[in-house]
Design a protein around this ligand. Structure first.
Ligand code: ADP
Ligand code: MG
Length: 246
């Protein structure tokens, strides 16, 4: 196999229920290194659950999930190492309000990777530059816009130097004028070769940035394709979703 095609994330026949509600019903997909996958679909179709399973925030009932060299489904998976390799960013950015931007970013690298304060500050400076906020290291979250806070949350994830980044509707809570600046950061990460999974409602963005689009419907991968899939849906469900939205 071409090394660039080696999957960083691979789900095989993943099933997950909450109580007697089946949420994932045999989900399989693989993400080669450096590729971007966008997951789209109606609210409740299982997108967030699929993402959370990849980071073992949810434990699957059956199937397998491999992330780099971690067997995520295995009870003996090393969570600390898994979570170093997987960065996850949510709709709510959850920055510590009493810490500066820099302190928010350096916390985990110091605690988890045992970096010195100076090394961690260097990484914070680099990741803040990546998200276009080099001048905000000493600011407090409340002094920033929602879009800027979300970019700090992305910088915080990048500071752990993950192998793959997962984004769960990271612009859904933002005003439209702030959405663009966050999407531009994600796009620049894609251009830089970051392996990523994006759960998003931004269809134009997904079509432009993703190598592969996955349409989830009722806990299954219903349709998969390139950006063109959105112009030429093959199933009535995707056609319906694209014309009616959420
Ligand atoms: P999506 O992200 O596509 O909107 P989710 O993965 O969040 O979908 O949810 C899929 C289904 O799983 C929904 O019916 C939701 O209510 C249910 N669900 C998600 N998380 C839990 C949970 N922790 N406990 C019970 N039900 C859940
Ligand atoms: Mg969701």
């Amino acid at each position: 196999m071409n090394p660039t095609e080696y999957p960083i994330v691979e789900l095989k026949d993943v099933h997950k229920s909450f109580g007697n509600v089946k949420v994932l019903k045999g989900v399989s997909f693989a993400i080669p290194k450096g590729q971007v996958v966008a997951i789209i679909g109606k609210s409740g179709s299982g997108k967030s659950t699929a993402l959370r399973c990849i980071d073992r925030l949810e434990i699957i009932d059956s199937g397998t999930i491999q992330v780099c060299d971690h067997a995520v489904h295995s009870p003996s998976v090393n969570l600390r190492q898994l979570r170093q390799d997987v960065g996850i960013v949510f709709q709510s950015y959850n920055l510590f309000p009493h810490l500066t931007v820099e302190q928010n970013i350096t916390l985990a690298p110091k605690a988890v990777k045992n970096l010195s304060a100076a090394e961690a500050r260097e990484i914070a400076a680099r990741t803040l530059k990546q998200v276009g906020l080099a001048d905000k290291a000493q600011a407090y979250p409340e002094q920033l816009s929602g879009g800027q806070q979300q970019r700090v949350a992305i910088a915080r994830s990048l500071a752990m130097e993950p192998e793959v980044m997962l984004f769960d509707e990271v612009t859904s809570a933002l005003d439209p004028q702030l959405t663009g600046e966050v999407l531009r950061v994600i796009e620049s990460l894609a251009e830089g070769g970051m392996t990523m999974v994006l759960v998003t409602h931004e269809m134009d963005f997904a079509a432009r940035v993703a190598d592969t689009i996955i349409y989830m419907h009722e806990g299954k991968v219903w349709e998969t394709g390139s950006g063109d899939m959105l112009k030429n849906p093959q199933t009535p469900e995707l056609r319906d979703f694209l014309s009616h939205g959420l």
